[in-house]
Design a protein around this ligand. Structure first.
Ligand code: ZN
Length: 163
């Protein structure tokens, strides 16, 4: 069965930035499961998987535009510590920490760059924005999605949404 829109795809992957060591390797744990054709996978990986089938191995280089996006300098901002979600009183912040903040677009994860007395400089870019990524992918399984999965726009069951 070939991968196309409305197939549920299970795959293992290893990813690294070009010339760098492995960032993530799913082979040690559970594979990734997603519904093809519903924008739930980065475009570069989804395109490479189209037309493939279970047992296929592929290697794909994904530029930022087809990965986690290009870096946006406007996403670096100074915010009040009072906008941090789920922080206990007197919580200590450190550069490099990932925190959740309230934004006009809802809660978002950002990375702390600098800590002030009452403010934080944060970066809302995805940590992998602006990076070229190399994926090595092993397709484990391809199956038809159920009508419910297509209506929801995501895969259900092991590795998918549980609800
Ligand atoms: Zn669902």
């Amino acid at each position: 069965m070939q991968i196309e829109k409305n197939k549920v795809v299970t795959f293992h992957y290893r990813v690294n930035e070009t010339g760098r060591e492995t960032l993530e390797d799913s082979h040690d744990g559970d594979p990734l499961v997603y519904l093809h054709g519903h924008d739930s996978m980065i475009p570069g990986v989804e395109e490479a998987l189209t037309g493939r089938q279970a047992g296929d191995h592929l290697e794909v280089t994904v530029p930022p535009e087809k990965g986690y996006g290009v870096r946006n300098d406007d996403a670096v901002q100074r915010i009040s510590k009072s906008h941090v979600l789920h922080a206990s009183k007197g919580a200590r912040f450190e550069p490099g920490m990932m925190i959740q903040v309230n934004t006009p677009y809802g809660p978002r994860s950002v990375i702390v760059l600098k800590v002030g007395m009452t403010t934080l400089d944060v970066d809302a870019n995805h940590p992998l924005a602006g990076r070229t990524l190399e994926f090595a992918i092993d397709v484990v399984d391809v199956r038809d999605a159920s009508e419910e999965e297509i209506a929801h726009g995501h895969a259900h069951g092991a590795g998918g949404h549980e609800h």
